[in-house]
Write a protein that binds this ligand. Sequence first.
Ligand code: SAH
Length: 473
Amino acid sequence: MVKKNDRIELNIVDMSADGSGIGKTIGQENSGMTFFVKDALVGDKIIAKVIKMKKTYGYARLMEMLESSPDRTEPKCPIHRQCGGCQIQALSYEKQLEYKQNKIRNNLMRIGGFDASQIHMDPVIGMQETYRYRNKAQFPIGRDKNGKLAAGFYAARTHVIIPVEDCYLGVPHNRKIISHILEWMERYHVEPYDEKSGTGFVRHVLIRYGFRSGQLMVCIILNGKSLPRSKELVDKLTRLKEMTSISINVNEQRNNVIMGNTVKTIWGSDYIEDWIGDVKFRISPLSFYQVNPVQTEVLYGKVLEFAQLSGKEIVWDLYCGIGTISLFLAQRAKKVYGIEIIPQAVEDARKNAEINGIGNAEFFVGEAEDVLEKLCGSDDMDVPPDKEENREWRPQVVVVDPPRKGCGEKLLAAILKVCPEKIVYVSCDSATLARDLKVLCAGGYEMVRGQGVDMFCQTVHVETVCLLSRKAQ
Ligand code: SAH
């Protein structure tokens, strides 16, 4: 019987949804037993050490490569295995795209209950530059194992930071900004936050870069309400000519949520700007903005293609963030209503409509499920809840773009109640997408098309857009 700490030989035959290799034991008395091994790829033959045993499978660590997979490529990042952010950096890009296509398809079949013949999907759309595509970086600040100030990531199950000189997914500016901040902390004895004791000051640094505008934003997340020696820090950071906005964010909670609710600008503008297609966007520190601007344009192009707007439609954009999809679609619709939970994001969305001269988009703050419930409260949707305003509410097209956990049941029920002709579902987690599509399809819709877009090269994540259409009664 295989047990913990045994060394075993494995053939890696498949890959799991989190990017681990799935191996089968060879040459043991119980050949064919399954093990999950991080950093192993399909086609590898390896020696691994068992780290955990379950009844019918186990977990093992890659120790030695006996034969390496033909799909391997040279990873750029020397610490990609430790970091774990890029789970499949060692896999050739072509195979990464294949892996993502299979992941979406498997989830739709296994979780969504769709038959292979019902799934119409072109291959995942990849990108040319598979590194340095991210416009956002978030670094925790702390101390490394020698007690030196550092920015990087937490070593697994510790409060120690593994320093990151340069993350290859991010822009080169990140490195300069981080080194300025660490120098400033060193010089003026500004303490990093200590997760364990809850003491110290600087928790995280958030950096955003507008790829088309060239504008930089830095937000320092503090366990405190104001920044000492802020002038000295501003002097350093404004040496970068692209610097546009420097702010602090107050987070005095003892949890692992990165940002608190309060932001104060300490230099420059409260936001940076960027473009998607012809639409200009204002982005504040607390607002969600897609991290891969090049592929965002491809993704929204698909949303537009799937929505097939003629200019007469009422569209709802649920989970609308700063109104990116809403404003993209408003150019081809009669009216777009967006709903979003973060008030600052809604403020940005309204401002974005204004600066682009888009008069047919309106935004509401709140939980999508609650706002919808109110709007759909009346059984006769054509009678607006507030008759004075006399808005036309009933949508022909509903777009949803929820966070990873997907749409709540209440929201799905509200969508089914208003019964739009089309639903365009944008998802960053194909497992919850599949779960939600099952509900919508049981409620009278059919999946017409799906399309994966790779917004997160080197990682196991993939964005998916699906078009659902109401079945004829
Ligand atoms: N469509 C936007 C944002 C998508 S991200 C874009 O492409 O840029 C998901 C958004 O949903 C985030 O802005 C998040 O703040 C918001 N959100 C999360 N839970 C929500 C809820 N219950 N109701 C409304 N918005 C929510």
